[in-house]
Design a protein around this ligand. Sequence first.
Ligand SMILES: Nc1ncnc2c1ncn2[C@@H]1O[C@H](COP(=O)(O)OP(=O)(O)OP(=O)(O)O)[C@@H](O)[C@H]1O
Length: 987
Amino acid sequence: MVFPSLVLPQIAASRSSVRSPFALLLSSSSSPSSLPSPFSNVLFPLRQLSSLSLSSSRPSSLAPSPSYPPSLFHRPSLLPRSNLQRCFQSTHSAASQNIRPSSSSSSSENEANNSTPRSKRAEEPTAAKTEPGPSSSSSSLYQRLAKLIREKLQQQMVKASASNSKDPSNPTPVPAFPDLGRLISLALPQRRTIVIALVLLLVSSSISLTIPFAIGKVIDFFTSGQSSLFGLGFGTVAALMLLVFAVGAGAKAGSNILLELSGVRVVQGIRSQAYRSALRQDVEMADRGAGDTVSRLSVDTSIVGESLTSDIGDGLRAGVTVLFAGTAMFLLSSKLTLLMLTVVPPAAIGAVFYGRYLRDLTLKTQDAVGAMTRLAEERLSPPAFRTLTAFNTQKAEARRFDEKVGSIVELQTKEAYASGLFYAGTGFVGNCAILTLLTYGGHLVSKGEISVGDLTSLLMYTAYLGGGMVSLTSFFASVMKGVGAGARVFELIDRESNIKLGEGERLASATWQQGGPTRLPIRFNDVHFSYPSRPNQKILNGVSLSIEPGQSYALVGGSGAGKSSVHSLLLRYYDPSSGSISLAGKDLRSYSPESIRKQIAVVPQEPILFDGTLEENIKYGTEGATREEVERAAELAGCHAFVKDLSNGLDTKIGSRQLSGGQKQRVAIARALVKRPSILLLDEATSALDSASELLVNQAIDSIIREGKITVWIVAHRLSTIKSASNILVLDKGKIVEKGSFNELDRPGTRFRSLMAAQLDGGAADPVEEEVQVDVEQREEAAAAEEVQEKSRDENIYTRRLDGPTPARSSSPYNSLGSRREYHTSSRNPLEKDSEREGVVPTEPTWSVKQMLDRRSSSPPVVNRQTIQRLENSSSLRYLERDPSQGYQELERQLQDFVRLIQVVRDADLEILQGEEEEILDSRVLSKLESLENRLCFDEQGVEGIVESGQGEEVLDPQVLLGVAESDGREERVRRGYFVVERVSST
Ligand SMILES: Nc1ncnc2c1ncn2[C@@H]1O[C@H](COP(=O)(O)OP(=O)(O)OP(=O)(O)O)[C@@H](O)[C@H]1O
C-alpha cells in the first residue's frame, strides 16, 4: 500500500528528523528490512508499551525502543536521538562513577540517591495529572503507561538510595524527584517563544490532519465524475489546497525553529546555573571525579531542555493527531475501524516478547559500546598513547579493541536476526490486515456504504493514528527522561558546599602597596584529619605546629605522610575532623574561604596551565597585574630561560600540555609570585626542574625568604630545597615528630636524617624509625669504619679521575644503616692540600674540562665538541671542592651544570662578571647566566666589576670564590667549595 508522498512530511517530519550518518550507523542494526506497512505503525506503540511495561531493573527500558518498524509514518528522529544519548551517556557514566546516566539511567541513577518518602511526595501531583480519565480509552492507556513508568522510576530510586546509603563515603545530598512544576519553571524565561511555537504547531498539525480527508474527496471527485468539489471548480480547490499546505508548511517551519531556539536557550540557562553551582562546590566534590558533573552539565541538561520544548511540541502534535485521526476513522467507517483493531491483540503479544528481548539486547549493546569507547578514550589519551608507543603494544591494544568490537557485533547480529524476523512477522500480519481491510472495504464500496475516497482517507488516518501513537509513547518516555535528568540537574544546582564561599568574616588584608603582606601567624592545634572519601584512613593524627609570619618552613616526611594534606587544610579545601587551625589568632572557619585564599599563593605538585598565553597563565587569579609585574615574576621564577626561545615571548599561546614539566613549574611559581601573597605554599615546586633551573628557582625562593616578608612554607623531598628553609618540620605517622633548623636535625638518629638518607639513596624505602633509633653507638662505629674505607676509596678515585675514566663507585653519602658518611679530604687528595685548609687557593690547574667530559663519555654529551674545544683552549677547571653536605654524585652533577653554564657563557659571548665576593660566592649566580639576557640582572644584583671576556684576563678570579665569614668579630676568608675557573690566556 503506497500513500501519497504528500502525507509524509506532515507526519514523519519533526524538528530532528534528519538522521545523521552516525545516528543511522547506530540504529542500522534496527533498521527493518521488511516492506513498509502502515499497519506496523499501529502495532508499534503496543510493542513499545510492552517493552516499557515489562518490569526490569534496567530503567533504560523507559526510553523508546530503538527498533522502529518500517513505516512511512515513523519519526526517525526518535530512534537515533535516543540511541545516541544512551551511547554517550553510558560512556560518560561508566567513565565517571559507574553511574549509568543514560536516558533512563538519568532517571534511575540520579534518583539513585533518592529517598522514598520524597519520591512519593513528588509523585502525587504528577500522578494526579496522569490519572486515567473516563472519556478517552487511548489517553487512559497512556496514563497507565506513564504511571507504570513513574512506578519504575520510584522503584529504581528507592533501590539505588538504599544501596547508596550503605556507602558512607558518599555524602551527596539525596536528590529530590523534581516536581514537574519546577521542571517547567526552567522553561519560563522562554514561555513567549514556546507559546507561539505551540500555536504554530497546532496550525500545522490541523492542516496536515485535513489532508487525508481532502485527498479522499479529490479521489471521489475524479471517480464519481462530479462537476464540482465543495461547490467549487477543481482548479480553485487545488489552488486553495496549495495555499493551505503552504501555510501549514510555514507554520511548521516556524514552530520547529522556535522550539529549537527556545530549547537551546533553556539548555543554556540550565547549564550556566548548574556550572555556577559546580564552581561553588568544595574540593571534596572534585575529588570524586568530574565525570558525573560533566555528564549532568552536558547530557542531562540537554535532555531537560529537549523535554521542555521539542518533546512537548511532539507530544502535543501526537495527541492532536491521535484524537483527530481516531475520531475521523470512526466517522468514516466504524465497521472498518473495528476490523482494524482486531489485528492489534495478536500482534501486540508478539511485540511484547520482541520488545522485551530487544530491550535487553539494546542495553547490553549500550554497555558494550560504552566499554569500547572507554577503552579507546583511555588508550588514545596523550599520556597513555605515549606509554603504549614506548612499549610497542600497538598490536596488543588493537586486539583488545577488536575484542570489544567483537562483543558489539555479536549482540548486533542477534538484534539483526530478531528484528528481521519480527518485522517480517508484523509486516506480514499488517499486510494481511490491509488486504482484509481492502477486501472488506472494497465490498462496502461496491455496496455503496463507503466511497473509494473515504476508504483511502480511512487508510491514511490509520497511518496517522499509528504514527501519533508512536509519538505519544515516545513523548511520555521523553517526559520521564526529562524528569529523571531534571532530578540530576537540580541535585547539582541545589547542592550546598560544605565549605561555603562568601560565608564568614573577611580576613583583613594589607596590600603590598601599603608596605608588605599581612602578617598571619598560623597555628595547628591538635589537628586530626581524614579525607571525607576515606573516613577510616587517618591522615593527620594530632598535628600541632606554629608558623610565624615572614619565616620559612620546610615540611618533610615520607611519601604519603600527609604533607600536601596539611597545605590543603590551610587553604580550606577541607576542614579538620577535629582540632583547629587558626590564622592571625582566629579559627580558619570563621573567615570566608576566598579571603583566606587571597592571602595564600600555592604552587602545587602538578601545576595546571590553561589554554591561553603565558602571560594569561601567569596572571591567572591576579588579573590586575601589569605586564611589568608579570615579567618580573617570570624572571624571578626562571621562566626567561625558555620564554626567550618562544616566538611571541609571554604572548605565546600555550595549551595545558605544551610546556615541559619543569617549565610548567616555573610558570606556576611565577603565577604564585605575581599574586604577592602573605603566605607562599610550595609543594614540591622544583621537583621537575633540572639542577640549573632548580638553583635558579631556589635562589628566587631564597631571596623571598631573605626578605622576610612572606611566610614561605615548603613541602619538598630535595635536600637542596629543604635547606633553604630556616625551620624544618618533620611529619611522620600523622604527627610532627621533629622540628628545628637543618643543622639541629641533621644529626645521627633523627627521623629527618633517615628521610634524607632514603631520598639521596634514590628513593629507597624510608628506614623504619626503629631502625634509626636502634643502637646508635654501634651504628656510628660501623659508619666510622665505612668512612675510613670510603676515604681511601675516594682518594683513589680522585687520583684516577685526574688521570682517566671514572671507576664505578657508590654514590651514596650514607652507609647502610642510614648514617651520613662524613667525607674528609685526605692529604693525598690533590684537590685539597694543607695550604688550602688555610684558605689559600691552589695555583696549579688540577682538573681540566676535557678530562671531566671524557670521564663521562657514557652520558649524553652536555656540550658540543666545538664548544668543549673552545672552552678547553681557553680555560681549565682549576679547583673543585665538593660541598660537604652533599655526596659525590651531587658534585658531579654540579660540575656538569657548571660546564653547561660556561658553554652558555661562551656561546652567548656574555660578559663575565667578576663581581663582589658575596654575590659571586654562590655558583648560583653563575647559573643566572643561562637564563638571563646579557647583563639583564646584573645591576639589580649589585654586581660590579665586569671583565670583558676574550681579553686574556681571568674569567673568574679564584680569590673571588672565597667566602667572607665573621669569626670572633674578625673577618675571615673561608673556602666555600664552589668551582673556580681559571682563564688560560688565549692571547
Ligand atoms: N583527595 C584525597 N582523597 C582521599 N585520600 C587522599 C586524597 N589525597 C591524598 N589522599 C591520601 O592521603 C594520604 C596523604 O597524602 P598527601 O598527598 O598529603 O601526602 P604527601 O605527604 O604530600 O605525599 P607525597 O610526598 O608523595 O606527595 C595518602 O595516603 C593519600 O593516598
